[in-house]
Design a protein around this ligand. Structure first.
Ligand SMILES: NC(=O)c1ccc[n+]([C@@H]2O[C@H](COP(=O)([O-])OP(=O)(O)OC[C@H]3O[C@@H](n4cnc5c(N)ncnc54)[C@H](O)[C@@H]3O)[C@@H](O)[C@H]2O)c1
Length: 276
């Protein structure tokens, strides 16, 4: 048990990676606070955590709303007494139209997507840091995006916000190291979750898209699953990473290395570049 009797808050815990992380942490002995704008999803995941023998709380929390964030953290302290781990997982591009490239979205859309992916993680971090400082121990993990560091498509608001969140995490790592609070980043590659639903509904077209992405862009040749991310989150949340802070780990099947086709079809690769 790597998280025995620890208390972990997982934002965006109702679905996808957040759910995967919540369940992995419960298996490792943690009590889990599941917060998300999707209350039904929170309640369902909280039920799954309890079925694993751990305590769970469910909060309908919009991480861009300071009052709701503060209420969620106060409720956690009232019921579970402390916070040991924060996973800043809530994010994405819910409800967007257009590709996100130059000229495809409004100023309001910029503000909304940046708030979800950068301001929200800041608000939740601010709310838990006083408790972690008092405990002289804490773990904060940000879930970023490959597009923040090595984009293959242009999604300006989302990727810029994710890059901003990496900057935020590095500053927090620096500031909080004297309190034994470690702050790290996970950079996921393509992971099959409901994240993709607003961009492309599940079905044959999406399967074909993932197959093409796997072949072209992922050296390990497959898209990832929430389990892949949960393993890395467990490392950063537990004592296995006690001497690690301010780091960014790509959990991305080998991205941003060269894609499989280019790497393995060396002849075509060299011909394309006029070297053969
Ligand atoms: N799936 C991918 O391929 C991928 C790749 C790179 C990064 N990411 C990032 O990983 C994280 C998890 O994504 P996922 O794939 O599990 O997506 P998901 O859509 O399955 O889950 C995201 C969760 O965040 C919640 N959420 C959205 N806005 C919120 C808000 N304002 N307040 C509280 N909760 C909110 C949603 O309700 C949802 O339950 C996100 O930050 C996403 O940007 C995903």
């Amino acid at each position: 048990m790597l998280l025995e009797n620890k208390v972990a808050i997982v934002t965006g815990g109702a679905k996808g990676m957040g759910r995967g992380i919540a369940l992995k942490f419960a298996e490792e002995g943690a009590d889990v606070v599941v917060c998300d704008i999707d209350l039904d999803g929170c309640l369902s995941v909280a039920g799954e955590v309890e079925a694993l023998g751990r305590k769970a709380l469910a909060f309908r929390t919009d991480i861009t709303n300071k009052a709701q964030v503060d209420e969620m953290v106060a409720g956690t302290l009232d019921d579970l007494g402390t916070v040991d781990v924060l996973i800043n997982c809530a994010g994405g591009v819910p409800g967007t139209h257009g590709s996100g490239a130059t000229g495809t979205f409004t100023e309001e859309e910029w503000d909304r997507i940046v708030a979800i992916n950068m301001k929200g993680p800041w608000l939740v971090s601010e709310a838990v840091i006083p408790t972690m400082k008092k405990n002289k121990r804490g773990r904060i993990v940000f879930i970023s995006s490959m597009g923040a560091v090595s984009p293959v498509v242009s999604v300006l608001h989302y990727h810029a916000a994710k890059a901003g969140a990496i900057g935020l995490s590095l500053n927090l790592a620096f500031e909080l190291a004297p309190y034994n609070i470690c702050v790290n980043n996970i950079v996921p590659g393509p992971i099959e979750t409901t994240f993709w639903d607003s961009l492309m509904p599940p079905g044959p077209e999406r399967d074909a898209f993932f197959a093409a992405v796997s072949k072209r862009e992922v050296p390990l040749g497959r898209v990832g699953s929430p389990k892949d991310i949960a393993g890395a989150a467990l490392f950063f949340a537990s004592e296995l990473s006690d001497y690690v802070t301010g780091q960014t780990l790509c959990v991305a099947g080998g991205q941003p290395l060269l894609a499989q086709e280019a790497t393995f079809n060396i002849e075509a690769y060299l011909k394309e570049r006029g070297l053969l």
